[in-house]
Design a protein around this ligand. Structure first.
Ligand code: AMP
Ligand code: ZN
Length: 501
């Protein structure tokens, strides 16, 4: 029996606003699409939280025995500064500021994003498609929408006809927004003489201004695809016209995901997604973390501790643990104290992980009196994970397991209270869930630890050379490390190092 049959997964489906039993379209296979980053700047920790949520989902689906095709795109064109139909393309704007090609911006921040995903141990998607790589398919989708009567062209731009769509379908069913409420919010922006027929219409293709660098020929002239269109095109291209799960941050529900639904129905008559899942926001003092509000943390600032709101650095794994302590649908507020507590918890768990791997005791050959406890904890662990990925409750069970492991390790619990089979089950479940489902690694072990020892030695030698005014040696250590991609940073507490990815 597959694990997914033993511990059936329920997920909160934003579409119906309730937890539902997850059943894939095709037995034992899952199609998962997650909106990826817009690569115009460095990913901040809020972005990391959302990608981590879906990393856990991907890992758990795989662990349960599903064959998952996981698609996470890169938005490299079409996302405008307003997050709607107004303003410049975010990437073009950045390119102008940095005085480089838009595609250099795309490459630079895609590389940066990949470094961040490695740092936080996020598994790579199976397909990572880009918007610029799917222009033809996007033009074709616009053509289908027009052919079905749901799109119209004005001055080289094509808009989705929401009024027409409303005659037959629901626009707002995902976000719960009513079109009349939208009117309140958008009336102003239409007064400047918009090309749209109806205030709720949205661009699926935008005519490009003369000085735009990124633009493509289309039946409507030179232009760029609308932001929402790329996700409709790439998700259905790789996962089918209707697929299992679509994920993203809560802030993408409207307009982005609402528009995706309308576009797919408008083009192909099919509701694209069976389960919509949305992760909640990372906040700072209750306000959403965002680059534009100036309250964002970059991963490197977190690790070095060089940020006005931090009084020390934290490892990427501490942050991973920190996020897992909350349910993905709750907001998480970022603070020093919360991170300090997470660091303690994470280290405690890692110590038990080390202990369980090295325990070599005389466990009972036959049934032991604590065997029942082990069975109960294992069931509870998976029931929590299968309950809409309740990682917070799963961690509580892991700590209960860790108490038993520590008891065995410090000999407060006699080994023959457990049968050898039960111990093996406990050890493998404990390690598997921590390492493979929650994706936590011991950041103070193995090669990392050795490298740390070597680095501390070099830092010590350099400090000694400097004390001896032996500048040529101290400079050589710093410069040679620099050319190997390791930067030394001198600060009040001493010297730290940063490894470039
Ligand atoms: P972007 O690169 O801005 O398109 O965002 C990438 C992903 O990060 C999207 O799924 C957003 O919903 C998500 N996101 C943005 N800000 C936050 C935040 N403060 N907390 C959690 N997720 C966020
Ligand atoms: Zn998207």
């Amino acid at each position: 029996m597959a694990l997914y049959e033993k511990y059936p997964l329920t997920v909160f489906n934003s579409l119906n606003r309730q937890k539902e039993l997850f059943t894939p379209l095709v037995a034992d296979r899952v199609g998962l699409y997650v909106c990826g980053p817009t690569v115009y700047n460095e990913a901040h920790l809020g972005n990391v939280r959302t990608f981590l949520t879906f990393d856990i989902l991907y890992r758990y689906l795989t662990y349960l025995g599903y064959k998952v095709r996981y698609v996470r795109n890169i938005t490299d064109v079409g996302h405008l500064v307003s997050d709607a139909d107004e303003g410049e393309d975010k990437i073009e704007k950045r390119a102008r500021l940095e005085k480089i090609e838009p595609m250099e911006i795309v490459q630079k921040y895609t590389n940066g994003f990949h470094a961040v995903t490695k740092l936080f141990n996020l598994i790579d998607p199976n397909i990572e498609p880009t918007a610029t790589g799917h222009i033809i398919e996007q033009i074709e989708m616009v053509e289908r929408i027009i052919a079905n009567g749901y799109g119209y062209e004005v001055n080289g731009s094509v808009y989705f006809d929401v009024k027409k769509f409303l005659e037959k379908y629901d626009y707002g069913k995902l976000s719960g927004r009513k079109v009349d409420e939208l009117l309140e919010q958008t009336r102003e922006s239409l007064e400047g003489g918009s090309d749209k027929r109806y205030f709720a219409d949205f661009a699926i293709w935008k005519a490009a201004a003369e000085n735009t660098i990124m633009k493509w020929n289309s039946p409507w002239g030179k232009g760029v695809p609308g932001w929402h269109l790329e996700c409709s095109v790439m998700s259905t291209k790789y996962l089918g016209e209707t697929f299992d799960i679509h994920g993203g941050g809560m802030d993408l529900k409207f307009p982005h995901h609402e528009c995706e639904i309308a576009q797919s129905i408008g083009a192909d008559g099919k509701d694209p997604v069976r389960y919509w899942m949305h992760g909640n926001m990372l906040t700072v003092n209750g306000t959403k973390m965002s680059k534009s509000l100036g309250n964002s943390f970059l991963p490197l600032e977190l690790i070095t501790g060089e940020h006005p709101l931090l009084d020390q650095g934290y490892s990427a794994m501490t942050v991973r643990f920190f996020f897992l302590q909350a349910h993905y649908r709750s907001t998480v507020d970022f603070s020093n104290d919360a991170l300090k507590a997470a660091e303690k918890g994470y280290k405690k768990l890692m110590n038990s992980l080390k202990a369980v791997k090295s325990l070599d005791l005389d466990f009972a050959k036959q049934k032991g009196e604590s065997d029942g406890d082990v069975d109960r904890m294992i069931v509870e662990l998976f029931e929590n994970l299968s309950d809409d990925l309740n990682t917070a409750k799963a961690l509580a069970v892991l700590f209960e397991m860790s108490a038993l492991i520590n008891g065995l390790s410090n000999q407060q619990v006699h080994p023959n209270t457990l049968s050898i089979d039960s111990f093996k089950k406990l050890a493998s479940t404990f390690s598997d869930v921590i390492e493979n489902v929650l994706g936590l690694q011991d950041d103070a072990s193995g090669s990392t630890n050795k490298l740390n020892d070597v680095m501390n030695l070099l830092i010590e030698l350099r400090a000694k050379a400097r004390a001896d005014r032996d500048w040529s040696t101290s400079d050589k250590i710093r410069d040679d490390l620099q050319s190997a991609g390791i930067t030394l940073k001198d600060n009040k507490e001493g010297t730290s190092y940063i490894i470039e990815n």
